[in-house]
Design a protein around this ligand. Structure first.
Ligand SMILES: NC(=O)c1ccc[n+]([C@@H]2O[C@H](COP(=O)([O-])OP(=O)(O)OC[C@H]3O[C@@H](n4cnc5c(N)ncnc54)[C@H](O)[C@@H]3O)[C@@H](O)[C@H]2O)c1
Ligand SMILES: [Zn+2]
Ligand SMILES: [Zn+2]
Length: 345
């Protein structure tokens, strides 16, 4: 049996990650085997390491972690038609049922029966991964593999930006971690008039400017509500894209909006938040949760954006060998990076 190196969550509890070897996975008739050339570290991987409530409910160790990746197709099942050996692919991480009412109504991204790569099944912090061919997305091989490994989080950013029209509008991007930073670039590319990035981490704020933010607001150094009013002639913004998941960040974000403003919320707060619904109603505001990526409209939009010159390569701040996954997770936890990419080969 041919073996591969991989990172597993060995057992429940904090820590318990281990670099080990496992057999190269078998594939079914509708699956493909991908040689992982780059895998990106996500906040979710940190949650799995820390074993928070979310992770404890969804993982059954031992299993291989990691879900953001790109690689080369090295084997295809006999029924596979959309992908061929040698293709460079990335992947949608949600494996869905196609039979529930949500799937049948075009809402696959919130399918009741979703199984997520690197969470409910073996992931990509490994030399090889087996995935259903339908989840593969064939990429332009001219784009650097590190960038292609971020297609899944880029898709989350694109989904949020595309939810409400942003062309010719004033947009606040709240929280410039990797996803918010990519959203800044996407919003500019699709024609936002002004993008105001709100981010307390100076390094990340500087990166948001490099990706196209017109101005950054540090919500710790200044009152962000006052500052945003000042930057918008007292009016507020048309659209808020929320990527901080921070309770104070979200509450302030509601105040950034002008009447009839739209808030697309993607960041995940750890606790429920309260806000004044009467005021929300009175001002005619809209709030929309953004879960994952539309399957597969968001992926097609990404293809178009990348073909049109979208460049998010600066979001890659660190490239490490797979063996140094612990350093990658540490950088993420400390906020000392934007995206950390692991290379198994
Ligand atoms: N909805 C989905 O499908 C989905 C998918 C992936 C990630 N997420 C969530 O999206 C969020 C963004 O993920 P990420 O990978 O970019 O990383 P992240 O969590 O590192 O980014 C959050 C950023 O918000 C900043 N921040 C903290 N407090 C703030 C405040 N008060 N105002 C403005 N910014 C503030 C942080 O400094 C950080 O840079 C996370 O909450 C993550 O859990 C959601
Ligand atoms: Zn992720
Ligand atoms: Zn379904």
């Amino acid at each position: 049996m041919e073996m591969m190196k991989c990172v597993i969550k060995e057992k429940a509890g904090a820590g318990n990650l281990k670099l080990t070897t496992r057999p190269i996975p078998e594939i079914g008739d509708c699956d493909i085997l991908v040689k992982v050339l780059a895998a990106a570290v996500c906040g979710t991987d940190v949650h799995i390491q820390d074993w928070n409530e979310w992770a404890a409910k969804r993982l059954t160790p031992p299993s291989i972690i990691g879900h953001e990746f790109a690689g080369e197709v090295v084997k295809t099942g006999k029924n596979v038609k959309n992908v061929k050996i040698g293709d460079i692919v990335s992947a949608e991480t949600h494996i869905v049922c196609h039979t529930c009412d949500l799937c049948r109504n075009g809402y696959e991204h919130v399918c009741y029966n979703t199984s997520t790569i690197g969470v409910a099944r073996d992931g990509c912090f490994a030399e090889y991964i087996s995935i259903p061919a339908e989840n593969a997305f064939v990429c332009d091989p001219k784009i650097p593999i590190e960038v292609l490994s971020m297609m899944e989080p880029l898709g989350a950013a694109v989904h949020a930006v595309m939810e409400f029209p942003v062309a010719a509008k004033t947009v606040a991007v709240v929280g410039c971690g990797p996803i918010g930073t990519m959203a800044v670039a996407v919003a500019k590319q699709v024609g936002a008039a002004k993008v105001i990035a709100v981010e307390p981490n100076e390094k990340r704020a500087a990166l948001a400017v490099e990706l196209g933010a017109d101005v950054v607001v540090n919500p710790i150094a200044v009152d962000p509500v006052e500052k945003i009013k000042e930057l918008t002639g007292g009016l507020g913004v048309d659209v808020v894209l929320e990527f901080s998941g921070n309770i104070y960040g979200i509450k302030a974000a509601i105040q950034y909006l002008k009447p009839e403003g739209k808030l697309a919320a993607l960041g995940l707060p750890s606790k429920p938040i309260d806000f004044d619904l009467a005021e929300f109603v009175y001002r005619g505001l809209t709030l929309k949760g953004i879960a994952g990526r539309l399957m597969y409209q968001t992926w097609e939009q990404m293809k178009g954006l990348l073909a049109g010159g979208l460049d998010v390569s600066k979001v890659v701040t660190h490239i490490l060998p797979l063996e140094e996954y612990e350093e990658g997770l540490r950088l993420m936890k400390a906020g000392e990076c934007s995206k950390v990419i692991l290379k198994p080969f």
